[in-house]
Design a binder for this molecule. Sequence first.
Ligand SMILES: [Zn+2]
Length: 290
Amino acid sequence: MPELPEVESARRVLADGALHRRIVDVDDHDDYVSRPHAPGELRSALLGRCFTAARRRGKSMWLTTSGSDGDGGPDLGVHLGMSGIVVVAPPDETADLAGDLVGGDYRPDRERFVDHGAYQRFAVTFADGGGVRLLDPRRLSRVRLDPDIEALGPDTLGLSPAAFRAALTRGRRVSTAPVKARLLDQSVIAGVGNLLADEALWRAKINPARAVDSLRRAEIDRLGRSLQGALTDAIDHGGVHTGTVIAFRRAGERCPRCGGPMVSGTVGGRTTWWCAREQRPVAPDQPATG
Ligand SMILES: [Zn+2]
């Protein structure tokens, strides 16, 4: 599933190649991917406009538009779902790819379906002949006008240590929640998915099930730094699956740092892996209770 790094990579492809080109055609025939809009609704909203910026908060991405009269047009939300990818064709029609290129059974056929346009769920054509296509074999992606992003917390990428600490510990009501559940809560901070959370907690040597209340300030700051490091590495290396501990999230594996056993459980409703030796349930200098 695309996490923040995959969405950021798609956003950069759109920012680099899809802006300031006049839209002359829109394929919005898929009324499931385009729900709640009826076929033709996105087309009439976008025809004649240009995309002016590609923005992202967490795993949500949207394109701003402008009209020929200079007024701003609607925003076009693009959600990649589990397996959506974005293809931008410049005027010379050399396709560029971004999005979640891993984990899908379509991957060996990537060239084929890009070349032949299979799995096309939404597309715009520019006046210069190129365009943008959303391809998705599983049809779980979504395109919609003016997506609501107000419920999302601050974007994780580039979050300062102080802002991370404030977001994580805000609100007494949820302070006993497992730290991993808090990381996954998109209204707390936006963009952390299951793999990224496991990678960041492993880097910080913090047990995923520990209550937020039990974390010392130094641990929270370490987690914030680990999260930023895991994020930038994932963006640089092509996705969250490239994280240091990700390949070791399997029964019988050993921690790639200390050689301790990797163990799993359900935390925050998600399958979670951690190092039994370094990610202890309580901090080393805290007495165990109960
Ligand atoms: Zn370890």
